[in-house]
Design a protein around this ligand. Structure first.
Ligand SMILES: [Zn+2]
Length: 667
């Protein structure tokens, strides 16, 4: 009933291409309202389902709503948008809206719902009872399985958990993924058929990449990787030696690859959970926010309020509505028997009033950082809510993922944590500084190759450049090439489908945005730091990584100026407003990590030299030689520098300490 006026309108002008005025009128007075309502309905249905995934009724509602929305979109596209091009119009805003409006979205309810269902209900038996009744004693990913991967140092238990998770997820959705790829490509290519002006979408990968409005996008992402790869390589090498120290003969890293199950993370995408093992100076004062949160009796709600306060200190909009449980948000894992999709997410219900976070929050530093990430999305939604419907998006998807992380870079500095009383007894010096950069690198740098390879793999799958029979081995080619990891057990192209063990693959959610965001956030951070006068590139005595722009309205203004534009301008213009340059660059990231890069390179070189010179040592100092052999077997850095040797000794002492979780990501 609601749609009657709109239908009447469509019948009147079914044939003709709309003139400039007609199109403007249609978008403002009809499309805006209809699209927002459809979006609201679809998102409510999806949110209700994701917070109660065992409910068949809610699942059916999602299916029906998605089909209904898809039918409406297709109908309206056929009538109004399929044969118009940006060049038909003169108004710049209108031209830009037409750019996205003439591309038809695609709906893939069945295959994706089934795959995410497999993923989110996947359970495995514990290592100690591998023949358990999985429905009663099975562990789910969050928090059960992730907790073991994060904390266990039992090599064989980790192998078991790593494989078991892939057996109950990826392996079970291989055929569904084939269907998904076929349907996805059909929907993408449908944009090509029987219309005058259409983008040349050869497959779903091309359709996804269109969001980035960059004809050289693939090459540009590869170039960014080339810029940051040397830093990753040094980090990987250093961490590999530390892991060797922990696992001894069980761990083979002789080919330069590290087995993927020992990084404290199911996908080896974030290495923060092994920070206590790899932190170069373990005996100096530590950033231990977890203990502070516990000691001060922080609640889940307190974490959200603290994060909100940071955003407001920059003069940005308050976000209380998004974590208000009585307004529909889910910030705690339900205890009423519902199963939910725990993966943290931020929701815009398109009505200008309803914004929600969904998260199974735990009271620790990792989740505190995740909250800032998710609130970055909410802040973006709020800032662009008055833009036309087609512009209520990030400048590109990488921007959306980068905002909260930019804020979190400031929040996670020891400087800031001290200000909000979450860090006491901490001395700021070169060693603590290297440690804190290492913590950050274990999150941000470790992530980069993973962020890049997921979509590189999917682009190949969608384009057909890799045949179905090689999907899994191609996945491992990329994981080997970029992440320099290998599977801990043999994998098979027939029975395994390891990409499916990562949420975004069954979830039909593109991933390269995270890679780009990990580069962009350092550009944004540097720019906000300069605006806040907390960083001066000319002054080498104050490094970038120590900047905290808390309470800087100037930084907030800079951020807001970009956010409020949504996608109404090409991202390069928005980037220029926010950073002063139109180009994405990894330079600020490299500037941020420069002290750590120098440290790692130096340590790795020392070790290489030690290995090279080892035979010459044997005659002269017999006792020392024996010590070195032992150290070498354990992968310890040799150094003639007394200070480093002593730090390494301390390091060995601390290896059996608890593995504290620091930092965190959400991807
Ligand atoms: Zn995000």
């Amino acid at each position: 009933m609601v749609f009657l006026p709109f239908l009447a309108y469509t019948l009147m002008c079914i044939q003709a291409k709309l003139t400039e005025d007609e199109l403007k009128d249609f978008l403002q007075n009809t499309y805006e309202k209809e699209a927002s309502q459809k979006c609201y309905k679809a998102n409510i249905a999806e949110f209700n389902y994701e917070t109660d995934i065992r409910s068949k009724t809610k699942e059916e509602t999602v299916t029906n709503t998605t089909l209904e929305t898809a039918a409406w979109e297709k109908d309206i596209w056929k009538k109004y948008f399929s044969d118009i091009t940006p060049n038909d119009y003169t108004d710049p805003s209108l031209k830009r809206q037409v750019r996205t409006l003439h591309i038809l979205g695609n709906a893939l309810t069945n295959a994706t719902n089934q795959m995410t269902g497999i993923y989110s209900t996947g359970k495995i038996c514990p290592y100690s009872k591998q023949d358990c009744d999985v429905t009663k004693e099975g562990l789910s990913l969050e928090p059960g399985i992730e907790d073991i991967i994060a904390k266990s140092t039992d090599f064989d238990e980790l192998v078991y958990i790593w494989k078991a998770w892939r057996d109950v997820t990826g392996a079970k959705m291989k055929d569904l993924y084939k269907t998904y790829v076929t349907l996805s490509n059909e929907a993408a290519v449908a944009n090509n058929s029987d219309h005058i002006y259409l983008k040349d979408f050869s497959d779903k990968g091309a359709y996804w990449r269109d969001d980035y409005e960059d004809p050289n996008f693939v090459q540009n992402m590869d170039d960014l990787w080339t810029q940051v790869e040397p830093l990753y390589t040094e980090l990987h090498k250093y961490v590999g030696r530390k892991l060797k120290q922990r696992y001894g003969s069980k761990l083979d890293i002789s080919d330069g690859l590290i087995p993927a199950h020992v990084f404290g993370n199911m996908w080896a995408q974030s290495w923060n959970n092994i920070a206590d093992l790899v932190r170069p100076f373990p005996n100096v004062s530590k950033v231990d926010v977890d203990s502070a949160l516990k000691k001060q009796g922080y609640t889940v709600l307190d974490l959200f309020k603290t994060a909100d306060e940071f955003y407001q200190s920059l003069g940005l909009l308050p976000m209380g509505v998004c974590y208000n449980e009585s307004a529909g948000a889910m910030i705690n894992k339900p205890t009423d028997g519902r199963e939910v999709l725990c993966h943290a997410s931020a929701w815009d219900f398109c009505d200008g009033n309803t914004f929600r976070l969904k998260m199974c929050t735990q009271i620790n530093f990792e989740d505190f950082i995740t909250i800032h990430h998710e609130m970055g999305h909410i802040q973006y939604y709020l800032q662009y809510k008055n833009q036309p419907y087609s512009f209520r998006e990030g400048a590109n998807p990488g921007f959306h993922e980068a905002i909260g992380d930019t804020i979190a870079l400031s929040v996670a500095t020891p400087t800031h944590l001290r200000k909000i009383n979450l860090l006491t007894n901490y001395t700021d010096n070169d060693e603590t500084s290297i440690n804190s950069l290492m913590d950050m690198a274990l999150d941000k740098i470790a992530f980069l190759p993973f962020g890049l390879l997921i979509d590189k793999w999917r682009w190949d799958v969608f384009s057909g450049s890799v045949p179905e029979s090689k999907w899994n081995s191609h996945w491992w080619e990329y994981r080997t090439k970029y992440q320099k990891v290998r599977p801990p057990v043999k994998r098979s192209d027939e029975s395994d489908f390891d990409p499916g063990a990562k949420f975004h693959v069954p979830g039909d959610s593109q991933y390269i945005a995270y890679f780009l965001a990990h580069i962009l956030q350092f550009q944004f951070y540097r720019s906000l730091c300069i605006a806040a006068e907390q960083y001066n590139p000319e002054d080498k005595t104050v490094p970038l990584h120590k900047c905290d722009f808390y309470k800087s309205v100037a930084a907030g203004d800079k951020l807001r100026d970009g956010l409020k534009l949504g996608s109404s301008k090409h991202w390069s213009e928005t980037l220029e407003i926010m950073t002063g340059t139109k180009e994405v660059s990894a330079e600020p990231l490299l500037e941020y990590f420069e002290p750590l890069y120098k440290f790692l390179k130096n340590e790795n070189e020392k070790y290489d030299n030690y290995l090279k010179n080892k035979p010459q040592l044997k005659v002269n100092i017999f006792v020392l030689f024996l010590t070195h052999i032992k150290n070498n077997d354990n992968g310890t850095v040799f150094s003639s520098n007394n200070e480093t040797v002593s730090s390494e000794k301390q390091d060995k002492l601390s290896n059996d300490d608890n593995k504290n979780v620091n930092g965190g990501g959400t991807d």
